[in-house]
Design a protein around this ligand. Structure first.
Ligand code: NAD
Length: 277
């Protein structure tokens, strides 16, 4: 059997960071190489295992990126867009697989990730769960079959600490719907409605974001036709889902050439539900 994949968890004290540390500890194919937090974070020096609610594992949180990345195989990164852009550059220098779950990138930040992917294997997804990626394949198919006479609305709800909207998952689902219709999401997306908006523009794809409580992630894609409606829904109950998917992505990317991949590449779901048939 090959040796376990040595993984660095960045943003190790965050909600997802701690879920990732737990997932790595439970997976036989991986081992925790280092745990990184931002400089001056109060958790620097603390034991990563204890922070994640596990027994101590002897891995103290550090802010030294180069020391953490040296000798590793991959990086699991659910942090902030600015931090992920920096990690993409350093991960490429060290030849590491970079799994990015961070959401809310702007166009310039996306260009930086694309540049890093010329040299590095990056898997980026707004959602690493099998369920959401299967939902995206179903949404793609439904949008293709139903056509533009059916109005598409995406509704999402997340915990009150979430800082970006719409969620990365809602955008991923919006992209799946737009590609099923053979259009670009940026040409069809409607993010706000307030006041006298006029009638709904045909072919548009609407987004609504709710924030509150401790909701891990609820997404509904609504197809509204004349006299009938279809609702496709996913409910995430535990962050462990995303962490396990991120590990799957890191193991998969290990054998791939440099490039920017997503979870559809890892799970091959569009091939199960081909958009051309
Ligand atoms: P969080 O705020 O709990 O954790 C983020 C962590 O990153 C914090 O501990 C913070 O200190 C750390 N961090 C920030 N800058 C850093 C730096 N330069 N170096 C090292 N650490 C740094 O947030 P969260 O709920 O864990 O979510 C993190 C990101 O992951 C968000 O963008 C969220 O939308 C996204 N997310 C994605 C998925 C998915 O499946 N793709 C699932 C859940 C969350």
């Amino acid at each position: 059997m090959s040796r376990p994949l040595r993984l660095v968890v960045v943003g190790a004290a965050g909600r997802m960071g701690r879920a990732l540390i737990r997932a790595v500890s439970e997976h036989q194919g991986c081992t925790l190489h280092a745990a990184l937090e931002r400089e001056h974070a109060p958790t620097i020096g603390q034991d990563a295992g204890i922070l994640a609610g596990l027994p101590a594992n002897g891995c103290a949180l550090t802010h030294d990126v180069h020391a953490a990345f040296a000798g590793a195989d991959g990086v699991l990164d659910f942090t902030t867009p600015l931090a992920s852009v920096l990690f993409a550059r350093v991960a490429a220098e060290h030849g590491l697989v970079h799994v990015i779950g961070t959401t809310g990138f702007n166009a310039d930040e996306m260009t930086s990730l694309e540049e890093a992917a010329h040299r590095a294997r990056i898997v980026q997804s707004g959602n690493f769960s099998l369920g959401v990626n299967l939902l995206a394949a179903l949404v793609n198919k439904a949008a293709q079959v139903l056509g533009p006479d059916w109005d598409i609305e995406l509704l999402e709800m997340h915990h009150k600490m979430k800082v970006d909207a719409p969620s990365g998952t809602a955008l991923l689902l919006g992209e799946a719907a737009a590609s099923g219709r053979n259009i670009r999401l940026e040409d069809a997306a409607v993010h706000t409605r307030d006041g006298h908006t006029g009638a709904r523009k045909q072919g548009s794809i609407g987004f609504q974001s709710l924030r509150g409580g401790s909701v891990v992630g609820d997404h509904t894609v609504l197809f509204a036709g004349a006299g009938e409606r279809i609702e496709l829904r996913h409910i995430a109950e535990d962050r462990a889902l995303f962490a396990q998917g991120a590990l799957k992505a890191a193991l998969w990317a290990q054998t791939q050439p440099p490039g920017l991949y997503d979870m559809q590449d890892v799970l091959v779901l569009y091939r199960i539900l081909p958009s051309s048939s």
